[in-house]
Ligand binder design. Structure first.
Ligand code: SAM
Length: 225
């Protein structure tokens, strides 16, 4: 595992490698009792979960407050935190069982992050969190129009919603209305990969989000903007 990690992410130091190894072991162990991931082979986990999660690193300022919305087993938030413990990270997921796993990972790896069991629609209306983040990160959670409604309300003006995608050409076209209503600009950043096309769709929030967004739980995906 250590060799694989260093071949794929040569910048890792010894402590970071130890943390990724421990994370892998917990992922595989807990995956026997709950559905966390279909990707389990060491090489695949290192490439498609760990290295893939790190793609947003250049877009996260020092000390940024970051929400990982729909984090599941902790991707991309936990790999980002392993190499950037300066981040003030909040991990959000609607499945309580996954939140239990995340708390165990954080404790074992001696990392600090807040874990919240919530639907993103409710989280984004909570005044404690709304408009409080510099960045959101999300991977494999929803199509772009839905994801923007779930994440942009969480951002400060000037903040960025970083969406991990494959080929997002179609989703980008479908998200025009959402981007207009939520007052965002968009930029696409290709991510080098030898396992299919990967990209980051980065949306910058230019003005406060109208108070009707996000709509109540379930509506963004049922009737996307
Ligand atoms: N981001 C992780 C990854 O890349 O491996 C998990 C992806 S998994 C396919 C989608 C996750 O998003 C699930 O854990 C699910 O519970 C969560 N999710 C979906 N819709 C959500 C919502 N509206 N609010 C919060 N979490 C949500």
């Amino acid at each position: 595992m250590r060799d694989l990690l260093l071949q794929t992410i040569p910048s890792l130091n010894g402590d970071e490698c130890d943390k990724f190894v421990a994370y892998y072991e917990l992922l595989i162990d807990w995956n026997t009792r709950m559905n966390l991931t279909a990707i389990t082979a060491p090489e695949d986990v290192v490439k498609k979960h760990f290295a893939d999660s790190l793609a947003a690193l250049p877009f996260l300022p020092e000390g940024a407050r970051v929400a990982d919305v729909g984090t599941g087993a902790g991707f991309p938030g936990i790999p980002l935190l392993i190499v950037r413990p300066d981040l003030k990270l909040t991990l959000v997921d609607s499945l309580q069982k996954r939140v239990g796993f995340l708390q165990t990972v954080l404790q074992t790896l001696d990392l600090k992050a807040e874990c919240v069991h919530a639907r993103a629609e409710d989280f984004g209306r909570d005044p404690v969190y709304r408009a409080g983040f510099d960045r959101t990160v999300s991977r494999a959670v929803a199509s772009l129009p839905v994801l923007l409604e779930l994440t942009v309300p969480l951002l400060k003006v000037g903040g960025k919603s970083i969406c991990y995608k494959g080929d997002a050409t179609e989703e980008l076209a479908l998200s025009k209305n959402a981007r207009k209503r939520l007052h965002t600009d968009v930029e696409t950043v290709p991510v080098p990969s030898d396992y299919g096309m990967r990209s980051l769709i980065i949306c910058t929030k230019n003005a406060p989000t109208p108070s009707q967004y996000p709509r109540k739980a379930g509506l963004p995906s049922k009737n996307p903007l």
